[in-house]
Design a binder for this molecule. Structure first.
Ligand SMILES: NC(=O)c1ccc[n+]([C@@H]2O[C@H](COP(=O)([O-])OP(=O)(O)OC[C@H]3O[C@@H](n4cnc5c(N)ncnc54)[C@H](O)[C@@H]3O)[C@@H](O)[C@H]2O)c1
Length: 239
């Protein structure tokens, strides 16, 4: 039981990677709060749903206060909620640009600004931000998404410094998943998915559980000397 009695908050916990992390964290003894703007697509012991749109700062503050009041602590925060709105740069609407910035970048800021402060007072904690291979390598038709996922890496590095002040053992790391089968890939043509699979050394797409295991490591005390890192979980992508 790597997360026994820990309280873990996972954004975008209703399905996909968030679901895989919530289920695994619960199996490892954590009390999990799955935040999402949509209801959970599954049921799991010790996984509690709280409705929250991460783009709305007052709701994020409210939810953090509620969790601390009810559970007494937040030990792990996974900033996982994310969306795509793909288009080539010259065809991208202001709305598509802004909506991805709002969820993938401002949403990460909104939760961390409250949870990070709380963790510093508590003297410890683990924050895990979900970036992407696209944040490192870029991708045609994803200028908005790439900007946010690159931004998440620099936020990770900055918070690893900020939240380690005053002797606090708050660790902040990112995971950069490769292409992993969830709803977010629904709109990607199979031909392109096959091409992405061939770009990896392992010759296949990832499974949600493979990302969840990386998050489990970073959330656990086994990663007590790991901070400010970006862990690629991408089958050895060669872009
Ligand atoms: N699946 C992949 O191939 C892949 C690769 C790299 C990175 N990622 C990243 O992993 C994370 C999870 O993606 P996924 O593949 O599970 O996608 P998904 O679409 O299955 O799940 C995303 C979840 O985020 C929630 N969400 C979206 N906007 C929200 C908001 N404003 N407030 C609260 N919740 C919101 C959705 O309701 C959904 O439950 C994302 O940040 C994504 O960018 C995914």
């Amino acid at each position: 039981m790597r997360l026994k009695n820990k309280v873990a908050l996972i954004t975008g916990g209703a399905r996909g990677l968030g679901q895989a992390m919530a289920e695994l964290f619960s199996d490892e003894g954590a009390k999990v709060i799955a935040l999402d703007r949509e209801a959970l697509t599954y049921q799991k012991e010790n996984v509690l749903f709280m409705e929250c749109d991460v783009t709305h700062a007052p709701s994020c503050q409210d939810v953090v206060e509620k969790i601390v009041k009810e559970f007494g602590s937040i030990d792990v925060l996974v900033n996982n909620a994310g969306i795509t709105r793909d288009a080539l740069t010259h065809k991208m609407t202001d709305e598509a640009w802004q909506s991805v910035i709002d969820v993938n970048l401002t949403g990460v800021f909104n939760l961390t600004r409250y949870v990070g402060e709380w963790m510093m007072e508590q003297g410890k904690g683990s924050i895990i931000n979900i970036s992407s291979v696209v944040g490192t390598y870029g991708n045609i038709g994803q200028i908005n998404y790439a900007a946010t996922k690159g931004g998440v890496v620099s936020m990770t590095k900055t918070w690893a410094k900020e939240y380690a002040r005053k002797g606090a053992a708050v660790r902040v790391n990112a995971i950069a998943p490769g292409y992993t089968m969830t709803d977010i890939l629904k709109t990607v043509p199979q031909e392109l998915l096959d091409r992405f699979a061939k770009m990896t050394m392992l010759g296949r797409l990832g499974e949600p559980k493979e990302i969840a295991y990386a998050a489990l490591f970073l959330a656990s005390d086994e990663a007590s000397y790991v901070t400010g890192q970006v862990l690629g979980v991408d089958g050895g992508m060669r872009l």
